[in-house]
Ligand binder design. Structure first.
Ligand SMILES: [Fe+2]
Ligand SMILES: [Fe+2]
Length: 383
């Protein structure tokens, strides 16, 4: 466990004790004041060496800095408290004041106490809400919309596709990546998502492939963004998750064309070469300035399964990043749902059935459930 991670766990422990005590004895109790000071001291120590960090709730699991944590009693309690208040993410930023920490504790404790609303974001504490669109599928947030969204593409993504296609071609020819262009494309997708929502997601699942790795990357990007937004992730982290998806297979540009486009089964030698694409991609991204760290990690880890089998080989106890788990899920889904020259797309119920069977071995269970909720919502929407 990294030192950072240990300090973050200390912070959560203090925050949780302070909240529980405040709910029982009120904010003015000496024990609560003491625990609040401890929580503030531990968060201060963490933010001395970094600008911010984000805690994320995925079902009842807590993810720190992208790393899902083992479920200790206090962590699952903390995750439950946040979840019961509709909080999906907490971003804590340098410059945080003791007052803000105390207000956070007070807000969480009040709701524990009487169910009142009101844990609010402040200048250096950003609370992300779990996206309401996930709740729609269970009928909890019926917006009364009756019209089914069309499956036609809005104008914007075509331009974005063209732009990404350009960037992609340049990497192929000159082996140099223009990272700023990728950021623009991803923010274009995020904006389109906000306006179009479901139709854009539908497009990802149903578009035919021309240039496979290219269309595949845009599909995985849209699917990753949908997963992340449904978990309440916003801002820089959302952008980075999209960029990571866009670039996850960049290493394939360094694999011989005849292996990439081969429609028959790969020989053992060919598969050994193919399996090098995560490592080659991560190395390429490491050498490119301005690439988010998350993109390097996801490129390296996106063929690692939940149980750490898959490739590349990693040591036992390896902590796979959440973004890599998400990318693996989107990647698997898209690979089977896209039409290839040599096969039709697999029917949706078969793909989702397979995914359910792979939960806990190949795929991250909570994230897969989140993904399947999005897909079932989508298939209901488009009929
Ligand atoms: Fe890949
Ligand atoms: Fe892929």
């Amino acid at each position: 466990m990294s030192n950072d991670n240990r300090q973050i766990l200390d912070f959560i422990r203090h925050l949780l004790s302070a909240t529980a005590n405040a709910a029982l004895y009120g904010m003015e109790h000496p024990q609560v004041l003491h625990l609040s000071s401890q929580a503030f001291a531990s968060i201060g120590a963490i933010l001395e060496s970094r600008q911010d960090f984000t805690l994320l709730i995925v079902e009842n699991e807590l993810v720190i800095d992208g790393h899902p944590q083992d479920l200790s009693l206090f962590l699952s309690r903390f995750a439950q408290i946040l979840k019961s208040r509709g909080i999906g993410t907490i971003k804590l930023m340098a410059g945080i004041t003791k007052q803000e920490v105390v207000a956070l504790i007070g807000g969480l404790a009040r709701q524990l106490d009487d169910g009142a609303q009101g844990t609010a974001s402040s200048d250096h504490i950003r609370l992300g809400k779990v996206d309401i669109r996930v709740a729609e599928s269970s009928g909890e947030a019926n917006t009364g919309e009756s019209s089914k969204p069309a499956l036609t593409l809005p104008d914007m993504p075509k331009e974005e596709f063209a732009r990404f296609m350009d960037i992609y071609e340049t990497v192929k020819k000159k082996q140099k990546l223009q990272i700023n262009g990728v950021f623009d494309v991803v923010s274009g997708f995020i904006n389109a998502f906000r306006q179009e929502g479901k139709p854009l997601l539908a497009m990802a699942a149903l578009r035919d492939s021309d240039e496979y790795t290219f269309t595949h990357s845009t599909n995985v990007c849209v699917l990753n963004l949908a997963q992340a937004m449904a978990l309440g992730i916003e801002g820089q982290l959302l952008n980075d998750i999209g960029v990571a998806a866009m670039l996850h297979d960049i290493g394939k540009l360094f694999i011989p064309e005849e292996i990439l486009t081969k429609t028959d089964k790969l020989t053992t030698e060919e598969f050994t070469i193919m399996k090098q694409h995560p490592d080659k991609g991560a190395r390429h991204l490491l050498e490119t300035s301005g690439v988010p760290r998350l993109a390097v990690i996801a490129a390296y880890e996106h063929h690692l399964k939940f149980n750490l089998s898959g490739y590349p080989k990693v040591s036992p106890g390896w902590q796979q990043n959440l973004c890599s788990h998400m990318t693996m899920i989107s990647d698997f889904f898209d690979a089977l749902r896209t039409r290839r020259s040599y096969r039709d797309p697999m029917p949706l119920p078969e793909v989702t059935g397979m995914m359910v069977g792979m939960m806990g071995t190949d795929l991250h269970p909570a994230l897969t459930r989140n993904f399947l909720r999005i897909i079932s919502m989508l298939s209901e929407a488009v009929g």
